[in-house]
Design a protein around this ligand. Structure first.
Ligand SMILES: [Ca+2]
Ligand SMILES: [Ca+2]
Ligand SMILES: [Ca+2]
Ligand SMILES: [Ca+2]
Length: 739
């Protein structure tokens, strides 16, 4: 059911959408070791059974038509990584032994009154199943054939209430409905009833077992009402029980299919009354942050209810949900009765979601322009090439050597950037939880494995970064029974660090070039070695030699302004003792011999980078080889293959280093001609009120206002924020200048 003329909300919508066009920048987020989903495409299970490409529906539908439907979204070059096929709306769209199939309970009189589209849909579905075909299985198979993730999507509730959505379950138990009026619960179920929870579970289980899918999405946005009564906590407890039960069922089915089945969730909106937040969802019984924390769900999508408003608070969701991706939804039209979004409007909406930190773009009802009968027109499928979050390509972490392990990079506040002088005191603000010790290392060459001997070698490493700088800072503290550094060649105690800033993975040294015949050619060194991930052999200590060998064709990266190092030690070659090494380096997505052509890795909060290190512990100046190769990835080949690194997350600033309330904001000029500016709050802390002074004598108390300036000018704009723990102010002088 995707009729966009859902009239009950139309009047409110028109008022709400007038200015809500664009919001401004927030740093792009990142996800943990996850599958990348750039664009997710929701295929409604009923529209596709009465409309087709270039058809002025309703029309008969064949197996080829439904395959074509997948082809037109999952074509070569499309960024659609996931297709979600909807199989229900209160009734199921296939013969079911748990529930009721769509249209099965309609009377002859009711059928006579069905719209042409429903009559055609019923005929089409009947024709498929009579012939032993299942259109949804065909869609899932075609999605997989095209290398995309194929998920089911299940509408948790549906309140359309049409006779063809009538179920035996609610006919038998009308008291289990949410209400008695149409669109006010008459068609929907009350999840406060144990029977409803169990029925829903069994429907979902049937769907998952029936279809060879990669998992299922619980669509709590269709429709976002579940409980007739009960406190929020009671609702949450009931829904938690259902979601956990579904997770366990998926694990069980997944064991037989030899893979983890995905459980996704589309968050309930607030029916468009206010933007959906974790708080509004929780009031409805859906505690999505808890589901993510419990490991029950694999991703979350946040959407409006049917109409695009452009003010989804994705950043709130990203703050509440840090362990799984949060995708932003784009609805197909801006308001009831309005035309579907144009290609450019889709692009604009996707950019906006990216700026808010969405990990991908989810499209709902994209195809509905085909439902207009004679007025039908084709959706802008070409935009499916353009909607990916920028930089998302770079956040693949599939190849990392220790899946599920994530180390943290401490964020130094901008007024506490460490000074490279060998004095570790500026690292005292870094909590010990960031320290990566000897216990995380494994010896993988000599055969010592995990048998640690701190008297032979004991190291501790802390890594830091600073927002706005593309530098990684290191504090390396090591005790060694024999410091081996008298020689001028590679025989020297070494701290070897490999960094893949954009997680491209793959071999990075010429000796591992995928083309065997190029491995021995020195020319490969210049074209390839260290270009897409960098390897530093840092001498500990370096006496009479450069502090590091960059193992690659870009030795310039060990010099200022890209790197710097300082040591502190007082032992001589062959002695034992403690060494402190402080340094920074700059990671590069592309580091060729010519620095002018290099591309630095842009570091941003929550980004994941790939990194590993190894300590080459030489303990005898005369010995031929080192006494140990202690490495963080537990794979020796980390030195030459960026797919064997480990995930490191660039962390936000620790709470203890911030003020309780800090004001901050950004803006974008939406239209110079219309003098329209979108402001976005980025303040920190528990904030309950916002007051914007736009500098033109007008004010707003919205959190993210959009403001129209009556006249050109250079404006002093000030945001004042306040909460129980304090207040703060941030002005920007003349940044907002309107010609
Ligand atoms: Ca220092
Ligand atoms: Ca040693
Ligand atoms: Ca790389
Ligand atoms: Ca040593």
């Amino acid at each position: 059911m995707n009729s966009i003329g859902y009239y009950r909300y139309s009047a409110a919508w028109l008022a709400l959408i007038v200015l809500g066009t664009l919001q401004s920048a927030a740093a792009a987020g990142a996800d943990g070791p996850q599958r990348v989903r750039r664009v997710l495409y929701n295929v409604d299970g009923d529209s596709c059974l009465s409309t087709k490409a270039h058809g002025k529906g309703p029309v008969p539908i064949t197996a080829d038509d439904v395959r074509r439907l997948i082809e037109e979204v999952a074509y070569e070059g499309s960024r659609v990584d996931t297709v979600l096929v909807c199989v229900n709306a209160q009734t199921m769209y296939y013969p079911t032994s748990v529930g009721t199939m769509r249209g099965a309970l309609s009377t002859a009189d009711e059928r006579a009154l069905w719209p042409a589209s429903e009559k055609q849909r019923f005929e089409n579905l009947k024709a498929f199943f009579d012939a032993g075909d299942d259109p949804y299985a065909i869609m899932l198979a075609e999605t997989k054939r095209r290398g995309r993730e194929a998920l089911l999507t299940f509408r948790m509730n549906d309140d359309h209430g049409d006779d063809f959505l009538r179920t035996q379950f609610l006919v038998d138990h009308p008291e289990w409905r949410l209400g008695t009026e149409r669109y006010r619960g008459k068609g929907a179920m009350d999840f406060g009833r144990a029977e409803v929870l169990d029925y829903t579970f069994r429907l979902i289980e049937e769907a998952v077992r029936r279809y060879d899918c990669d998992g299922i999405e619980l669509d709590f946005n269709r429709f976002p009402s579940f409980f007739k009564d009960g406190s929020t906590d009671e609702r949450v407890a009931k829904m938690n029980g259902l979601v956990e039960r579904i997770r366990r069922m998926l694990d069980d089915v997944g064991r037989h299919r030899n893979r983890r089945l995905v459980l996704a969730v589309r968050a309930p909106s607030n029916y468009g009354r206010t933007p959906p937040t974790p708080g509004t969802a929780r009031q409805l019984g859906c505690d999505l942050p808890a589901w993510a924390k419990q490991g029950w769900v694999d991703f979350v999508t946040v959407s409006e209810f049917l109409f695009e408003r452009g003010d989804l608070p994705i950043d709130d969701w990203k703050q509440a949900i840090t362990t799984v991706p949060v995708y932003g939804g784009i609805e197909c039209s801006k308001g009831s009765g309005q035309k579907n979004l144009t290609a450019d409007e889709y692009r604009q909406a996707a950019r906006q979601l990216q700026m808010m930190g969405a990990d991908g773009t989810y499209l709902f009802n994209f195809f509905t322009s085909r439902e207009g009968g004679e007025a039908a027109y084709e959706p802008p499928f070409e935009v499916l090439k353009d909607l990916e979050p920028s930089g998302l390509e770079t956040e693949r972490t599939n190849g990392l050597a220790r899946p599920g392990v994530e180390f943290q990079v401490f964020q130094f506040p901008s007024d506490k950037i460490p000074r490279i002088d060998g004095d570790a005191s500026d690292w005292s603000i870094v909590p010990e939880s960031y320290a990566i010790g000897q216990d995380q290392l494994r010896e993988t060459v000599i055969g010592i494995g995990d048998k640690q001997d701190p008297s032979n070698l004991d190291v501790k490493v802390k890594v830091g970064w600073v927002k706005g700088q593309n530098h990684l800072y290191f504090l390396y503290e090591a005790s060694d029974n024999y410091w081996d550094f008298a020689r001028e060649d590679l025989h020297n105690d070494i701290f070897e660090v490999v960094i893949d800033g954009d997680l491209s993975g793959g071999p990075l040294i010429r000796q591992m070039h995928p083309q065997r015949k190029l491995r021995d050619e020195l020319q490969t060194h210049f074209q390839y070695h260290g270009v897409h991930a960098q390897n530093y052999h840092i001498f500990t200590p370096a006496e009479g030699k450069d502090w590091a060998m960059v193992w690659g064709s870009q030795p310039w990266i060990k010099e200022l302004p890209y790197a710097n190092a300082a040591y502190n030690y007082n032992f001589k070659p062959g002695e034992s003792g403690k060494l402190v090494l402080e340094f920074f380096v700059t990671p590069f997505d592309y580091a060729p011999p010519d620095p002018a052509r290099a591309v630095q890795t842009q570091l941003s909060e929550n980004k994941i980078i790939g990194m590993s290190w190894a300590i080459l512990d030489y303990d005898d100046e005369k010995a031929e080889r080192y006494a140990g190769f202690w490495n963080l990835s537990h794979k020796t080949t980390m030195y030459g293959d960026a797919s064997d690194l480990v995930a490191f997350r660039l962390m936000p600033i620790e709470r203890s280093l911030r003020k309780p309330v800090e004001a901050d904001w950004t803006f974008i000029v939406i239209s110079q001609e219309e003098r329209l500016v979108a402001f976005r709050d980025h303040s920190y802390g528990d904030i309950t009120s916002w007051r914007w002074d736009f500098g033109d004598g007008t004010f707003s108390t919205e959190r993210h206002p959009t403001h129209h300036y009556d006249r050109p000018g250079e404006f002093v704009v000030t945001l004042r924020v306040e909460g129980p723990e304090g207040k703060a102010r941030r002005s920007k002088v003349w940044d907002v200048t309107i010609p």
